[in-house]
Design a protein around this ligand. Structure first.
Ligand code: NI
Length: 129
C-alpha cells in the first residue's frame, strides 16, 4: 500500500486554504462538495506530499471529530490496487469498518474509499477500485 494522502480536518475551507498557501502548498484539486462524506474536500501538494483538506458539514459523521480535535490531521489514506482484499486483510489485523465502501468523487477516476479504525492506530482510509 502506498500513501495517497494525509487527511486534515479544517473548520473553514477558505481560511485554511489561505494558511496552507502561505506555507507554500499548491492546490491540486479545488474544494468540491462530497455528498458521500458530507464535507467539502480539497487536495493540496507540497514537496511530493498530498494533503486532503476536509471541511465537514454539521450533519457529517466526521463533524464530531472537528469539535474534539479542531484543525488537525486525522487519517492517512493508502492507495491499493484491490480494495476488497486490503479491506479483508486489515479486518484480519483487527481493524473495524467506520465508514463502509463509498465512491470518492474528490479523488476521481472512479476511486472508492473505505474508512477503518483500530484502537492502537486511529483511522485509516483505503482508496482504490
Ligand atoms: Ni482521505
Amino acid at each position: 500500500m502506498k500513501i495517497h494522502h494525509v487527511g486534515y480536518l479544517v473548520r473553514k475551507m477558505d481560511k485554511a486554504l489561505d494558511k496552507f498557501r502561505e506555507l507554500g502548498y499548491t492546490l491540486e484539486k479545488e474544494p468540491l462538495p462530497d455528498g458521500y462524506r458530507d464535507a467539502d474536500i480539497a487536495f493540496l501538494l507540497k514537496d511530493g506530499y498530498r494533503i486532503e483538506l476536509v471541511c465537514p458539514h454539521k450533519t457529517s459523521d466526521v463533524y464530531p471529530l472537528l469539535k474534539k480535535f479542531g484543525n488537525a490531521p486525522y487519517h492517512i489514506c493508502y492507495e491499493t490496487e484491490n480494495l476488497e482484499s486490503e479491506e479483508a486483510r486489515l479486518k484480519d489485523m483487527g481493524y473495524t469498518v467506520f465508514i463502509p465502501r463509498q465512491p470518492a468523487p474528490a479523488i476521481g477516476d472512479g476511486a472508492e474509499v473505505i474508512f477503518l479504525i483500530h484502537s492502537q492506530m486511529g483511522m485509516v482510509e483505503l482508496a482504490g477500485k
